[in-house]
Every structure is written in C-alpha cells, then in structure tokens.
Design a protein around this ligand. Structure first.
Ligand SMILES: Cc1cc2nc3c(=O)[nH]c(=O)nc-3n(C[C@H](O)[C@H](O)[C@H](O)COP(=O)(O)O)c2cc1C
Length: 369
C-alpha cells in the first residue's frame, strides 16, 4: 500500500517535521493553580505524545490580565518559564517538535480570576457565557472596552510571551487568534463595536492582531517560528456570531498573512454544522488553500481517512487532531499500523490528576499486558 500522506515527512524553509500529524492545542487544566505553573504530570503527558510531527501546547496565558481559567499554565513569570523548560526538554529528548500556544481570553474571563478587575475586550459586550472560576462555573459579565494603552500593553505582553516561549525551550509559538478569544473578539463585528482605529472597517478590526505580529518581529523573534490560529466559521460558541463581514474579514487576514512568512497558518473547519448559515463558509480548507501560499494546518473533526484525503487533495499540508490525541498518545503509530483508536472520556477532559490525562496507554503497553 502506498505510504499514507499523513505519515510522510514535511519540510519547508521553516519547519522540518517527521510526519504531518499535529497535536492540536488543548486546555487540560492540570497545572498547579498557585502561580499557573507547569508540573511533572504535564511533562509526562506531553512526552507521551512526542511522536506527533508537531505538538501545539494548550493555550498558555501571556499575562495576569489574559487569564480565563483555573489550573491553566502561564508563560509570564520565571517560575512558569522554569516549569515549561522541563516539559520542552522531555519532548525534545524524545525527538518531538513543540510550539506554545500563547493566549489572552479577553472577555471569556471573570473578575474572580482577575483580582476583582473586569475582563478586557474590544467592546463592553457580555458574551453571555460561563467561565470556570475558583468557586465553580460563573456567568460572564460585561467586560471593559480596552483603552489604546491597554491594547499597546497587550501587544507588548504577546511580544514578551513569544520571547519567553523561546526561552522556555519551545521551537516556536502559535498566536491563539481563534475560538472566540481576545483577537477573535476584535475581528468580529458582533463583538467589536469600536469607533477608533481598532473598529469599524475590516482593516481596523484586524489591526490589533497584526500589531502583535509586528511587535514579535520587532522583539527579535523570527516570524518563521510563529504560527497563527483562526476559526472563521465559528458560530454559537462564547458569544461569537457570524455576520456578513465575517468571512471577508478572515479572507483579508489570510491574504495579508502571506506577507508575514509565518511557520504556518492553522485553520479550523466549522465546529458545528453551519451549512445552512448564510454567513458561514462551510469548507474552510478548500476556501482558504488558494488564498494562502504558506504552510496550512487544518483541524476539526478529522480521522485517519479524512486526514490522508485532505493532504492528498492538496487542501492542507498538515492535519491537527484534538480529541483523538487525548485518548491515543501514540496516534501516529496507530495510524501507521491501521489500529483501532481509543475513545476519550469527556468527564476527565478538565479534571485534576492523572486520570483521563496520562493513563491512556500506548498500543505497545496494551500488548504487553
Ligand atoms: C479538552 C479540549 C481543550 C481545548 N483547548 C483548546 C485550547 O486551549 N486552544 C485552542 O485553540 N483550542 C482548544 N481546543 C480545540 C481543539 O484544538 C480542536 O480545535 C477541537 O478539539 C477540534 O478538533 P478535533 O475534532 O480533532 O477534536 C480544545 C478542545 C478540547 C476537546
């Protein structure tokens, strides 16, 4: 049988990967809450998955203002960077490639997580969602509309976060500009009602994100080590609603990214069936492949067969797997041997401890039992 496209090596002038199977970024809430520091359990979890062509870490906060969950790691204190060094060293020792996903949740936070301060966003619009706080799930509040000074500070926080990611031993970093969080809140007209240079036109709504890329470059980080994640057809999650300008906004962003020489662009297919939503683009890889000349990662609902097909069809270079990586640490080996996949337990996606985290065995361990 011909080699599976997923299992072929990938080489660009920015990335050299053993295969095209990417572990998608996934928040697993196992960090120590005191200080949001990565721990030994996370060392084990990520190194178990090191045969992925590329691992993208869970979302990692760039500042105390960026925080939106408990037990999620940051990358803005020396303790956090020291914690990540142990994780990246373990992944590297097993031959893995590892990017950090750097993150600010914007309005998807709560004063209980922010020392009593309001979450920050483009506009003071409540997403009418819920947030994990130290005392359980709580309803979101109307955030504060960011001042220009707060935007500039956040741009600086991302530039520092990118430098910290390299210091922590990551091979690069992905900007979390997706899934209804801060940058997405600026992109989308339903969450951004600003009338200054960060709102109104498509160019203005994208300005903050591009300022971050410019600042990362100005801080001396090679943009060839930077990826960006976008979820253009997100609807109905975290207060995100599509409108007539949504897809044209993402078209503008994707085309403009051609000038930035990023490591990759990481896109998600719609998380839900939006085929009847008049504003949605239901076929993200097919729609964006012709617009983007760099490396394209596609994600969202892929299995082995669909992953091989999307690469063979030329619609993406790499495929990111989320939920399958939770329960199959050796996903690459299972694909190679056409072995069945283990099903993950949703109840332990975000719970503390090793259960549902590091206790999914690799095939070799199953066979040895
Ligand atoms: C438990 C869990 C946590 C997630 N956390 C993140 C995250 O931190 N950052 C992010 O960009 N996406 C996150 N996602 C979305 C995944 O990266 C991925 O887009 C999604 O699971 C769809 O891919 P799949 O169909 O292969 O699971 C998360 C998904 C799950 C299931």
């Amino acid at each position: 049988m011909a080699e599976q496209p997923l299992l072929t090596a990938f080489h660009s002038d920015k990335l050299n990967l053993n295969n095209r199977v990417v572990m998608a970024p996934m928040t697993r809430s196992r960090a120590d809450n005191a200080g949001n520091v990565p721990n030994d359990l996370m060392v084990e979890y990520y190194s178990q998955r090191a045969t992925a062509g590329l691992i993208i870490s869970e979302g990692v906060f760039v500042s105390p203002e960026a925080v939106g969950y408990i037990n999620v790691p940051g990358i803005y204190t020396p303790e956090q960077i020291a914690g990540w060094k142990k994780v990246t060293a373990a992944v590297r020792a097993k031959g893995g490639k590892f990017f950090a996903q750097i993150w600010h949740v914007g309005r998807m936070s709560h004063p209980d997580l922010l020392g009593g301060n309001l979450p920050l966003s483009a506009s003071a619009l409540n997403p009418h969602s819920q947030v994990f706080t130290p005392t359980g799930m709580k309803d979101t509040v109307a955030p504060a509309a960011m001042t220009t000074a707060q935007i500039k500070q956040t741009v600086a926080d991302f530039a520092q976060g990118a430098k910290n990611a390299l210091e922590a031993g990551f091979d690069g970093m992905e900007i979390h500009s997706s899934n209804g969080y801060l940058f997405h809140q600026f992109f989308n007209g339903t969450s951004n009602h600003r009338t200054d240079e960060y709102g109104g036109s498509i160019e203005n709504r994208a300005r903050f994100f591009f300022e971050v890329l410019d600042a990362i470059k100005a801080a001396g980080v090679d943009l060839g080590k930077v990826g960006a994640r976008l979820n253009p057809s997100l609807d109905g999650l975290f207060g995100m609603t599509l409108d007539a300008e949504t897809i044209p906004t993402f078209d503008y962003i994707v085309k403009r990214l051609n000038d930035y020489g990023l490591a990759y662009l990481h896109l998600s297919e719609p998380f839900t069936d939006v085929s009847k939503n008049e504003f949605a683009e239901p076929h993200i890889a097919k729609h964006y492949r012709p617009m983007y000349q760099g490396t394209l990662i596609i994600n969202g609902g892929f299995d082995q067969e669909k992953g091989n097909k999307v690469i063979a069809d030329g619609d993406a270079d790499l495929v990111a797997y989320g939920t399958l990586y939770i329960s199959n640490p050796d996903l690459v080996e299972r694909f190679a041997q056409n072995e069945p996949l283990a099903k993950g337990d949703k109840d332990t996606f975000y719970t503390p401890g090793s259960k549902g985290y590091t206790d999914y065995p690799a095939l070799a361990e199953v066979a040895a039992k």
